[in-house]
Ligand binder design. Sequence first.
Ligand SMILES: C[S@@+](CC[C@H](N)C(=O)[O-])C[C@H]1O[C@@H](n2cnc3c(N)ncnc32)[C@H](O)[C@@H]1O
Length: 277
Amino acid sequence: MTTTKTGCEVVTLADGARAIRDCGNGEVMHCGTGPAVEPDAIYVGPSRLDARLAEGGASLVLFDVGLGAASNALAAWQVSEAAPPGARHLELVSFDNEVLALELALLPENLASFGLVDPAARAAVRGLLLHGHHETARTSWRLVLGDFPHSLALEPLGAADIVFWDLYSSRTNPLLWTVALFQSLRRACRDGATLHTTSTSTSARTSMLLGGFAVGASVGTGSRDETTIASTHHHALQAPLGARWLERLGRSSAAFGSDVLDGAGALATVRGLPQFQ
Ligand SMILES: C[S@@+](CC[C@H](N)C(=O)[O-])C[C@H]1O[C@@H](n2cnc3c(N)ncnc32)[C@H](O)[C@@H]1O
């Protein structure tokens, strides 16, 4: 059965998983294999969150960009809660401009589909909604409500170690996929940070490259052949974009984000980046 809350509804995917659809733009969150699979497969696994926490040392800061129903954030929260003694503290910062999807996931009939049967997980997201933050011995979770570019400008520079980039597509919101926004995000990242996203679009990848990230292919899941990982260093990438991707970029009719006015100049800049030498 489909349940709705103004602006969002629960839909059933082809494989039977339930997911949340934004009624305004038609986009479905975790539309490939659903919220039980994609958070681990695309975000938590490739970010090596468990290994990075287990290294010990200073807190690890994770920017969860696009809280939605909190499926990505909860998957990270659970890894942190289960981390061994001596592991780094996780500072989880979730960004969104509304909480409708999370409120919909919290309806009793939706708890099981959205990983909210566990009372501790439910208490964490309820605390986040009520107070804007939730703390345990292992994990601090903070909610930043507002338009992401504005919210990002208020975050300290050089803070984020991991970014889960799960906003709507550039078709729905081109302003969230510009070079300028990735430049700001790069400044908010610490050296060694990685960014994880499902988008493999050429213009999304060129915005990240021109924004100062090295960019590579990451694992696929379900019907997705691959996803995207970006990093502050191309040496850190297992499968950096290379000559074949550059060749395709040269032929693309939608190569750049909406803030690139000089396509030829941008193409030359991308070709000159260290990862393509
Ligand atoms: C694909 S969904 C995120 C799904 C989520 N990561 C999850 O695990 O359930 C995209 C989210 O981005 C949020 N969003 C869209 N535009 C935004 C903006 N300008 N600023 C902040 N958040 C925005 C939407 O409200 C939506 O919750």
